[in-house]
Ligand binder design. Structure first.
Ligand code: FEO
Length: 172
């Protein structure tokens, strides 16, 4: 059993994670068309990860004997100015998601739902990594500046990312 409040905020988070996936797919498409194939691959892996996050929260609501509610997934932006713009927006987006996860954890804590609070701690820690990786890439982009050959090196590096479902052992 989950409180009505928690069902609502967890359902909103499922929606937000799927929106995140949509946003990163949109960014990946932009990068692909710009010839930044490695960046496109990194962003595609990011989109897959967001779907895994949304799916895990969905499964958790079911595990607690409840049904999530479903809403409209917002349309993501489709035009970007540059690779710098992509990662500035990525960092801003992840900071927003961190806030949302923290707010859900606060609700769980206020309602004395220790199991839900514990479940959310994985996401709290994940957000630290998500913000750090976007921030690291932004730092590298600042160093690279207008150097196209260094940008291609970074693009190759980003292309080595492989999506690994962190919940693979839990998916039925
Ligand atoms: Fe699911 Fe990027 O947070």
């Amino acid at each position: 059993m989950l409180s009505k409040n928690l069902i609502k905020v967890l359902s909103d988070q499922i929606n937000a994670e799927y929106y995140s996936a949509y946003l990163y797919l949109s960014m990946s498409t932009w990068a692909d068309k710009e010839g930044l194939k490695g960046t496109a691959k990194w962003l595609f892996a990011q989109a897959q990860e967001e779907m895994a996050h949304g799916t895990r929260i969905y499964q958790y609501v079911l595990e607690r004997g409840e049904s999530p509610t479903f809403g409209i997934i917002e349309k993501p932006m489709t035009s970007f100015l540059s690779i710098q713009d992509i990662f500035i927006k990525t960092l801003e987006h992840e900071q927003k998601v961190t806030k949302m996860i923290n707010e859900i954890a606060t609700v769980a804590m206020k309602e004395n739902d220790h199991a839900c609070y514990q479940f959310l701690m994985w996401f709290v820690n994940e957000q630290v990594e998500e913000e750090a990786s976007a921030s690291d890439i932004l730092d590298k982009l600042k160093l690279i500046g207008d150097n196209k050959s260094m940008l291609l090196t970074l693009d190759n590096e980003l292309g080595t990312r492989v999506f690994v479902n962190p919940f693979a052992n839990l998916v039925n």
